[in-house]
Write a protein that binds this ligand. Sequence first.
Ligand SMILES: Cc1cc2nc3c(=O)[nH]c(=O)nc-3n(C[C@H](O)[C@H](O)[C@H](O)COP(=O)(O)OP(=O)(O)OC[C@H]3O[C@@H](n4cnc5c(N)ncnc54)[C@H](O)[C@@H]3O)c2cc1C
Length: 372
Amino acid sequence: MKQSILVMGGGVIGLSCALELQRRGHRVTVLEINRCGGQASGAAAGMLAPYSENLESPDAFFRFCLQSLRLYPDWQEMVKKVSGRNFEYTNSGSLYIAYHEADLLALEGRLLWQQQFGSSGSILEGDALFRLEPNLSRNVRAALHTPEESHLYAPHYVSALEQACRLTGVEIHDNLGKLSVTEWRNEIAVQSADQRSFSADRLLVCSGAWVQELSDTFGLRIPVYPIRGQICAYEVEEKPVRHMVFSNQGYLVGKENGTLVCGASEDVAGFDTSVTDKGIDRLRKWNKQAFPFLENKIPFHRWAGLRPSTQDGFPLIGSLTGASHVAFAVGHYRNGILLSPATAMLAADCVEGKNPSEFNQAFSPERFGRRG
Ligand SMILES: Cc1cc2nc3c(=O)[nH]c(=O)nc-3n(C[C@H](O)[C@H](O)[C@H](O)COP(=O)(O)OP(=O)(O)OC[C@H]3O[C@@H](n4cnc5c(N)ncnc54)[C@H](O)[C@@H]3O)c2cc1C
């Protein structure tokens, strides 16, 4: 049945869910306190890297990330077609580098379980590695090469999502300032700072690192915290880094527009999105070790965003048991860009009350219990 749905939050998650729900025939309104894509989503490096981001085991989070990577080829094509906008989407593959023998053992362990989950990865050493990534430091002992991993240009992707939403009929209200959920037990009512009222049959909360503000409203513990990511970019010529290159210190990814993006710190700084010399200097130190040609290069651009981190590392995606017309899709931490298509599908299914998926329990928004 066609429903009216309010989506709170116009980041990559809110916009992806809104687009999917509108395409399924619902009437969707996005409410954004600021500017769509103006927070974590616009700050992201855009890596779609489930294997490089999940080092330990094939848990529910890894499987969800992998599902999302596999949805991407069709999803991004749909977003481009519907929005009429192009954005970079590149299957560069990735290299996870190791400097020491002990780290190589860890890579071999990862490769073993990741091969069982579709990775065609391999460990590369010596000439084979340097042929693939010629400017890599000769101090690198080996790397785990994962050809399946891709990346996109996040700011353009998010703005294409916004345009796709508008063109399919999603109503977007931005720069609303503070929003209050004034009614949710039976029907949904939300009020903006300037006293505008919005009502609907259903509510989907996608407010990223700010979701904890709604704990009192819903009487729920929502342990989602902002973790600042400081990140920078160099101007380069002729793509000197061909793959996404990861280590336990950071990552580098070359973009079509001639920039080399290097991220990212993980600091606890509340909701402060300023960039510090200390944060960027730490990244630069690592960059030079991995790619000596960066020795004297200074990043031309530095920025930061707030990743929505959760207490157990899993996102909160699902409806409330006692109020199934209220759902959440938050807490994607380092992987919200990667997870946008899979979250859009899962959250839309939850909003429509469809059969539970294998992820419902692990990602339940109520798993941390009630407040107080
Ligand atoms: C430096 C950095 C690099 C990253 N790199 C990658 C990467 O390479 N790959 C990847 O997959 N992920 C990456 N991430 C993570 C990714 O950016 C996040 O997981 C993702 O953007 C989260 O999306 P979101 O929509 O939940 O949050 P956001 O983009 O923060 O959007 C939430 C929105 O909700 C709005 N809002 C807040 N409160 C309310 C309210 N009460 N009502 C309405 N609206 C509200 C905010 O203004 C904001 O626009 C990176 C993050 C950072 C910071």
